[in-house]
Design a protein around this ligand. Structure first.
Ligand code: ADE
Ligand code: ZN
Length: 370
């Protein structure tokens, strides 16, 4: 008897399944909850902005810059990421950056985004919050008006800087609080545990903001625990190393905590060695509310749908997994219950329509295979 890997029918079926899943992943509505806007700065735009602002780059062209995007760990990426964002000077630059991202993910059927910006990195270069927030917010407004994409804006504190710096930034942000929807924590993780930011996060929560933190990307499960206990986060960004601690997984599951997982990022930063060893399906199996996100798409090889595509190509993803991942993205969004219900209805409709299409397609493929 043929084993399934050799059976022509199985191959047909496998190909059909992948094609169907790819199409479904592409056209299902989804939210992106983990996106650093500076990480969506494509080399072409980076060069254009450098030119516009009279900045000389150390790379002769786009190809040379792209060739430098090979990383062994998070820090190697961050070193080049902070250099890249130095071309952002004017309000218009932040607008162009954000608008380019929105136009791009509109094609991926992303209908809601929650984006981080690294305000301290720009402040340190002398770019006022007004310029940063003004440009990003104007593009987000246009994104809603012209593309129908709703959005939230999250100021993310840099954990390689002292907490005092974060507290100063929060004070500077006072006049702009009505334009912010939450606070986060990112940058170099190991050696900068969440406990170092307990005071600034407490202040953000007192002000009525939602909070999230990168934890368990390179750092241990203990950092995820600290993010929960000491920062009282609403979500965990990445959270991969939670899986090392069964009690923590049970807790995250019981609390229904959303994990904003970033598969291509994990591969590029060597958090996972190969995509077929990515733990996202294990997370779902254990009841964790994982979502799919792109993190820094210009640096890691793709946007949200590229992440779905990589998962489908390398893991036994099912239709139910896709549904669960997209559903989690809306459940974890910082939007009203009404908005959630509307998006979840849209999602259900996409899957219901697809089911009819899939049955027709299945008959056609089966006919050909026999
Ligand atoms: N800043 C931008 N991308 C990041 C990531 N993946 N981890 C930590 N900080 C980041
Ligand atoms: Zn991130």
């Amino acid at each position: 008897m043929l084993d399934s890997a050799q059976s022509p029918l199985a191959i047909h079926h496998g190909e059909y399944m992948n094609a169907e899943l790819l199409q479904l992943a592409q056209r299902m509505p989804k939210a992106e909850l983990h996106l650093h806007i500076e990480g969506s700065l494509e080399p072409e735009l980076l060069f254009r902005l450098a030119d516009r602002n009279g900045i000389r780059l150390n790379y002769p062209d786009v190809n040379a810059l792209r060739a430098a995007y090979a990383f062994n760990n998070l820090q190697e990426f961050l070193d080049i990421y902070y250099i890249g964002m130095s071309v952002l000077r004017e309000e218009e630059d932040f607008y162009d950056l954000t608008w380019a991202y929105l136009e791009r993910v509109h094609r991926d059927n992303v209908v809601h985004v929650e984006i981080f910006f690294d305000s301290q990195a720009h402040l340190d270069r002398g770019i006022p919050l007004e310029v940063q927030i003004g440009g990003i917010r104007r593009a987000l407004r246009d994104g809603l008006a012209q593309l129908g994409i709703s959005s939230k804006l999250i100021l993310s504190f840099l954990r390689h800087l002292p907490e005092a710096h974060a507290l100063e930034t929060l004070a500077l942000a006072q006049p702009f609080l009505d334009q912010l929807d939450g606070f986060g924590l990112d940058s170099s993780e190991i050696g900068h545990p969440p406990e170092q930011f307990a005071r600034v996060f407490a202040r953000c929560r007192e002000l009525g903001f939602r909070v999230t933190a990168h934890a368990g990307e390179e750092g241990p499960a203990e950092y995820v625990r600290q993010a929960l206990d000491l920062l009282r986060v609403d979500r965990i960004d990445h959270g991969n190393h939670s899986l090392d601690d069964a009690a923590l997984v049970r807790r995250l599951t019981a609390e229904g905590k959303i994990l904003t997982v970033c598969p291509l990022s994990n591969l590029k930063l060597r958090v996972v060695q190969t995509m077929d060893r990515h733990p996202i399906l294990t997370m779902l199996e254990r009841g964790l509310k994982a979502t799919v996100n792109s993190d820094d798409p210009a640096y890691f090889g793709g946007y949200v749908n590229d992440n779905y595509r990589a998962l489908i190509a390398h893991l036994p993803v099912t239709r139910e997994d896709l549904y669960r991942l997209a559903r989690n993205s809306f459940e974890g969004a910082w939007i009203s219950e009404e908005a959630k219900a509307t998006y979840l209805d849209e999602l259900d409709r996409a899957f219901a329509t697809d089911r009819r299409g899939a049955r027709d397609m299945s008959r056609r493929v089966a006919g050909r295979a026999i």
